[in-house]
Design a binder for this molecule. Structure first.
Ligand SMILES: [Zn+2]
Ligand SMILES: [Zn+2]
Length: 446
């Protein structure tokens, strides 16, 4: 074991090949699906000016109050920078700066990559964690809300999480018309019921009263069940919007539960918020969620521009997939292994391997001069269907030997045209394997 200072920092994990493959797989599922819904990729810096997060997420939130990795750059005077704890604020900053929503245009974008929060590490909660998210900018209509929710549910289904293992929760946070009065009402409720609340929730009356709905403390949960409910106090516009979102979900046949305690912990949310929870993950059971943020552009000094989006977490999605018993993508294989018992033929072995790779064949070889027996073991481990033997006598005749790893048959192949010969032999074996698996041949490999 390496010395402590040479281990990954607390709360971080390496994505070793199995996890990295799973991440790329989920990313590929997302890219395919998001493109079908008209979203385009965007990459923003991993760090931003600290104010981007303080302004957008809100000073009274846990993220800004306790969890940000903030540092000074080397400028004079130094500028405060922060590793991004989430993806929405940077996207809105970028959209505003680059005029993506100027002149009433709309933009649909998605992002992916690591986020950073200084939190107590536990299952499904890391200090560097990986997220994929979409933002739909410039559209205030309730069909846009329903589209984002439908897309999130479709993503999890496409990733392999059974619908029966997921719960979709929705709520409305109101807007600047109806929320302030409601906020004061909740603050008054907290002051009147401080005995039934933890110290932190009692303090929230003055800072961020709605967050008391989010407290994991059971006594707080019980107490907050008696708190006033925003759904009964919505202004007309918010009520109409919320009803329309629900009716669009109903029309799509997407089942949801209304949860008045769902407040999502960021200040920028307005109107619709939603969260997807998965079974079997304990307290950290939210695998994705998001909402509408119609005031965020204005918070950065922009013109009023509606927006909404969601983010989903890689680590928790993986936990949900494991808990649902879903098989993750299998390791990469080398369909062909090029072997030789003669170390002096290394350059010929390498040349054959490269020719096969150039022809689109996944091929591997041994670089370390190991015995033929070790090379055959490697071929087995890599799932090779064919082994190409390069030997001095055959090579002198311009030939190599090909062995089928299943039935152990061998035959000679001319070195000239080896690409076509190997590809044809592989294709026959893919076909045979597909018939064996599904009963009907399909084109190539899946
Ligand atoms: Zn509490
Ligand atoms: Zn309202």
């Amino acid at each position: 074991m390496a010395k402590a200072e040479y281990r990954a920092p607390k709360g971080t994990s390496d994505l070793l090949p199995a996890d990295a493959r799973a991440w790329q797989h989920l990313l590929a599922v997302a890219q395919d699906l998001f493109a079908r819904y008209g979203y385009e990729p965007v990459y923003t810096p991993i760090f931003e000016h600290t104010d981007v997060f303080v302004r957008g997420i809100g000073e009274a939130t846990d993220i800004v109050g306790k969890e940000m990795y903030t540092f000074d750059d080397k400028g004079t005077p130094p500028t405060s920078l922060t590793l991004r704890p989430e993806g929405t604020a940077p996207i809105v900053r970028a959209a505003l700066e680059n005029g993506l929503t100027a002149n009433g245009q709309s933009a649909k974008v998605y992002y992916s990559g690591p986020m950073f929060r200084y939190e107590r590490p536990q299952a499904g909660r890391r200090r560097q964690f990986w997220q994929i998210g979409v933002e739909s900018l410039g559209m205030g209509e309730p069909t846009a809300d329903a589209e984002a929710i439908a897309l999130l549910m479709e993503f999890f289904a496409a990733a392999g999480i059974p619908r029966s293992a997921m719960r979709l929760l929705i709520n409305t946070m109101g807007d600047e018309v109806c929320r302030p009065a409601y906020r004061s009402e909740v603050a008054a409720f907290i002051r009147g019921n401080a005995a039934g609340l933890c110290d932190e929730c009692a303090r929230r009356a003055d800072t961020n009263p709605l967050r008391a709905f989010d407290c994991k403390n059971l006594t707080c949960r019980e107490t907050m069940k008696r708190a006033p409910v925003l759904r009964d106090r919505l202004c007309d516009d918010c009520a109409v919007h919320y009803a329309a979102v629900k009716s669009h979900l109903d029309a799509l046949g997407i089942a949801y539960e209304e949860d008045t305690s769902l407040v999502r912990g960021l200040d920028y949310y307005t109107r619709t918020v939603f969260e997807v929870q998965a079974e079997g993950l304990g307290a950290q059971n939210a695998i994705g969620g998001g909402g509408r943020y119609d005031r965020l552009f204005e918070m950065y000094g922009g013109r009023p521009t509606p927006g909404l989006g969601f983010a989903l977490g890689f680590e928790r999605t993986m936990l949900a997939l494991r808990s649902a018993g879903v098989d993750l993508p299998a390791p990469a294989i080398a369909d062909v292994f090029v072997a030789s018992a003669a170390p002096e033929l290394a350059s010929e072995v390498f040349a054959v391997t490269q020719r096969l790779r150039s022809a689109g064949v996944p091929a591997e070889m041994d670089h370390q001069g190991r015995s033929l027996k070790s090379q055959m073991k490697a071929a087995d481990r890599l799932g090779s269907l064919l082994v190409v033997f390069v030997g001095p006598d055959e090579l002198a005749r311009g030939e190599v030997t090909v062995r089928d790893m299943t039935d152990k048959n061998e035959w000679r192949v001319s070195l000239h045209g080896i690409e076509d010969q190997v590809r044809t032999a592989l294709f026959e074996r893919y076909l045979a394997r597909d018939v064996a698996v599904s009963g009907t041949p399909s084109e190539g490999r899946s």
